[in-house]
Ligand binder design. Structure first.
Ligand code: AMP
Ligand code: ZN
Ligand code: FE
Ligand code: FE
Length: 285
């Protein structure tokens, strides 16, 4: 069975590979279909689509939208979205504004904690990308305050950490609704992170399904086989699709490769047909 990967990042958000380099690496890894799912951005999609066409790798235009479920951040993947959709562009511009408001405040906190970095340094490192905490983490590494991005998150930047500042996030209903409105298929990313919620995952997914959720990212780089089985059962019980992906970011997640994750990831290509069928059944308004 050919291998696919439905969760990857590029330099359009916090990945370190350009869209073209990501597609080339995916091809080398034997990936036949690749979803490019940058955080709150569709800026890498046209370049990925062009490279995919050149190399014969199917590119599924995607996105990963952060939202707040109670007080915990959940990520919703959207597949088969139209990258040109004006409503999508307007909404993403609003998300960007909330990042621009929050990111300098994180830097201020870091300065108060004794890390002498500036927001200018973060912006120059990020270039044209949607700025996220991983960019701030890389500046901390570069300036010697921590040894790795992971250490930066552990010591300062993780949710609830000493330099963490929440940004205004959409509700799950808004994030899922937006993906539906632009013709996409909404899927709960890395359900293992939802285990921080007080509610059991079954209940979370049932609620998200009422908002229009279509699937669960059952197969994920850091899931144990037991977790994968559990999420597969949740998807089956609720009539949700099973999807899977690596969450490849390049340098900021060392040892994690597109297609194979930490080595044992295997996302079978036959998961795609049921996804396509749902998109066809519910064409965008
Ligand atoms: P932001 O989008 O600015 O809120 O940053 C969140 C992003 O940081 C996530 O989507 C991940 O890509 C990344 N991230 C979160 N925790 C870690 C961690 N412990 N190590 C490396 N990257 C992380
Ligand atoms: Zn990321
Ligand atoms: Fe995520
Ligand atoms: Fe991701």
């Amino acid at each position: 069975m050919p291998r696919i990967d439905l969760h990857t990042h590029t330099t359009a958000s916090d990945g370190s590979f350009s869209p073209e380099d990501l597609v080339r690496l995916a091809k080398q890894q034997g990936v036949t279909a690749l979803a490019v799912t940058d955080h709150d951005s569709v800026a890498g999609l046209s370049r990925a689509l062009a490279e995919g066409q050149r190399l014969g790798v199917e590119i599924i235009p995607g996105i990963e939208i952060s939202c707040l479920y109670e007080d915990i951040e959940l990520h919703i993947l959207g597949y088969f979205i139209n990258p040109e959709d004006p409503l999508l562009h307007r909404t993403l511009a609003g998300y960007l504004a909330s990042r621009d408001e929050r990111n300098p405040r994180i830097v201020e906190r870091l300065r108060a904690l004794g890390c002498d970095i500036t927001y200018e340094e973060v912006k120059s490192l990020a270039g044209a990308a949607t700025i996220g905490r991983p960019h701030i983490a890389k500046v901390l590494v570069r300036k010697g305050y921590v040894r790795s991005v992971t250490e930066a998150f552990d010591r300062y930047l993780a949710d609830g950490g000493p330099a963490y500042v929440a940004r205004v996030l959409p509700t799950p209903e808004e994030a899922i609704g937006l993906i539906r409105q632009v013709g996409g298929l909404p899927v709960l990313a890395h359900p293992v992170y939802a285990s921080r919620l007080k509610e059991p995952i079954e209940q979370v997914c049932a609620t998200l399904k009422r908002f229009g959720l279509a699937g669960i990212e059952t197969i994920y780089s850091s899931h144990t086989p037991q977790q994968t089985d559990h999420y597969r059962q949740v998807a089956r019980d609720l009539g949700l699709l099973v999807t899977g992906g690596s969450d490849f970011h390049g340098d900021s997640k060392p040892n994690l490769l597109v297609g194979t994750g930490y080595g044992g990831l295997e996302v079978p290509a036959d998961l795609l047909e049921p996804m396509r069928a749902v998109v066809k059944d519910h064409p965008s308004p």
